[in-house]
Design a protein around this ligand. Structure first.
Ligand code: MCA
Length: 498
């Protein structure tokens, strides 16, 4: 049987036009048969552009249901879909295109010039141009045979060493994880998922959309998160997925009440830690316990609080069906409940490695094949959360801001290159809206009177806006221990409450 993920989706599509796939508030209603026909036409257009199975197709384009059809077209044609955050700038794009060497790049019109210069060998199109090419092509396309281990997508996840790594996700990774989520979260055709996430990351593209595609559920399709719009639409939804910032912003709006949520059976949170106080405040306001789950780009979803059972704030629940999790100490021994160690994962959800980085891939796996997440955690040993995973920190030097991973090294390298900077440290500081906000602590060279504006001006346009430091501090010297190692924890303590 064809292990192509699209074939699996197709087996779950409601027949005919009685069930919409996606509803754009005050906009079109898209049925599953229109989604299938549109993805077929785009698949023909991609083949017509010279794409052959295994070729990469990059998409850095604003959220639209046609982009989902493009993603499905890539699956059908056996291509490797490469979604890119629409905030990425020239330097980031140059790296991704050089590394992945896409055959086709679909981008926003304002990026056409930059992209065409960066990647001369690719066909560069706007989404509108792609749709024009696809418009009159056949509405049927024979889905290409793929094995379960063939690549379906590459998603770049920033690297602690400053360079992003392309996580290779297979048809098996995505199929197994999607089915596990539909089962764990009880998705059915009767559901309406409120979708306000971007579709260039795992959460919005795979976690949310695959639950709909593998259950025949419908989606309320928003261009981005807007608290007022979400509040107005929640009475039409049965499920909502979001990052913690979505929930803190809803709570900040007094019009968000228990009545708003009457029809919603499930609120899911992930991509960043959900603070226990947010969990408690949400339950006090709405009577609903947010279901927090835990995942990564390299593994999809790993654990989840239960649909039926105790959902405990500050924990991320138990391993999903088919997924194994262990916690190991510094000597590789398995930790019992309560002991803190490194979180490791094994299962069909674990990626196939980093694109063209075999060495880096090997480093991320233990000798017996378990994937090292880089997160620190413990099994809860007693009470209602007995057997649940609690994440207590990260081995990697990573900031999660509004649900987006930010690795300091990439920003420190850019800051250190600014004339007048001796050295810098980038840290995450608590932020009521984004959870953590990027901050830079800078040592100026003698005689240089650099200002915060100088730093912002130098960085803007070089990297995505969400990575730009929201706070900049200047100090005489960075704290280091006797080994000369930078002590970022002291910086977080010193500036955390300022
Ligand atoms: C936007 N800005 C941000 C962020 N987003 N700054 C820091 N962190 C952010 N996350 C900045 C912009 O650069 C801009 O700055 C200003 O805020 C306003 O931009 P806008 O787009 O209007 O911001 P927003 O609408 O307030 O967006 C905040 C947001 C958005 C709604 C939280 O970031 C979002 O949708 N986050 C979800 C990301 C996501 O999908 N994560 C899942 C990754 P300026 O004005 O200076 O330019 S997948 C994952 O993590 C794993 C696999 C998992 O388990 O899910």
């Amino acid at each position: 049987m064809n292990a192509n993920l699209y074939s699996l989706f197709e087996r779950h599509f409601p027949r005919g036009t009685e069930q919409p796939f996606l509803v754009v508030p005050n906009g079109p209603v898209v049925h599953y048969d229109e989604l299938a026909a549109t993805s077929a036409r785009i698949a023909h257009a991609l083949v017509g552009a010279g794409c052959v199975p295994g070729d990469r197709v990059a998409a850095q384009v604003d959220k639209h249901w046609h982009v989902l059809a493009l993603y499905l077209a890539c699956l059908r044609a056996g291509l490797v879909y490469l979604p890119l955050n629409t905030g990425y700038q020239r330097a980031e794009l140059g790296y991704f295109f050089g590394d992945a060497q896409p055959r086709v790049i679909v981008c926003n019109a304002e990026h056409l010039g930059v992209v065409a210069v960066l990647e001369r060998d690719a066909t560069v199109l706007t989404l509108a141009e792609l749709m024009d090419r696809a418009r009159d092509l056949p509405a049927q396309f024979t889905t290409v045979d793929r094995t379960a281990d063939d690549l379906a997508a590459i998603l770049y996840t920033s690297g602690t060493t400053g360079r992003s790594k392309g996580a290779m996700l297979t048809h098996r990774n995505l199929a197994s994880n999607g089915l596990a989520l539909v089962e764990s979260w009880g998705f059915t055709r009767g559901d309406m998922l409120l979708h306000a996430l971007p579709i260039y990351h795992v959460h919005g593209l795979f976690v949310a959309t695959h639950c709909a595609l593998l259950s025949g559920a419908r989606m309320l399709w928003l261009p981005k998160f807007d608290a007022a719009e979400v509040i107005s639409l929640l009475p039409r939804a049965t499920v909502m997925m979001g990052v913690p910032t979505f929930y803190t912003r809803l709570l900040a709006d007094s019009s968000f009440t228990a009545d708003t949520c009457q029809s919603v059976r499930l609120f899911v949170s992930g991509s960043a830690p959900l603070l226990a106080e947010t969990f408690d405040a949400f339950r006090a306001r709405t009577g609903q316990a947010i279901l927090e789950r835990y995942g990564m780009t390299e593994t999809g979803m790993i654990t989840s609080n239960p649909l039926d059972g105790a959902r405990v704030g500050g924990t991320v629940g138990m391993p999903l069906p088919g997924v194994e999790v262990r916690i190991v100490d510094d000597h590789g021994g398995t930790c019992d409940a309560g002991a803190i160690g490194g979180v490791q994962v094994r299962g069909p959800n674990v990626f196939a490695g980093y694109w063209r980085m075999p060495e880096k891939t090997r480093e991320e796996f233990a000798a017996d094949g378990w994937f090292r997440t880089g997160d620190i955690g413990q099994w809860v040993g007693e009470g209602p959360a007995h057997g649940y995973l609690r994440l207590v920190g990260r081995a990697k030097d990573m900031i999660i801001s509004g649900g987006l991973n930010v690795y300091p090294t990439e920003i420190e390298e850019l800051i250190d290159a600014i004339d007048g900077v001796a050295e810098s440290a980038v840290i995450g500081l608590p932020d009521p809206d984004f959870g953590e906000a990027v901050a830079a602590v800078i040592v100026r060279k003698v005689g240089h009177a650099l200002t915060e504006r100088d730093i912002s001006t130098a960085l803007r346009g070089e990297i995505a806006g969400f990575k730009l430091p929201k706070r900049v501090f200047f100090i005489e010297e960075l704290p280091r221990n006797s080994m000369g190692k930078l002590q970022k924890s002291l910086l977080r303590e010193r500036f955390g409450s300022s």
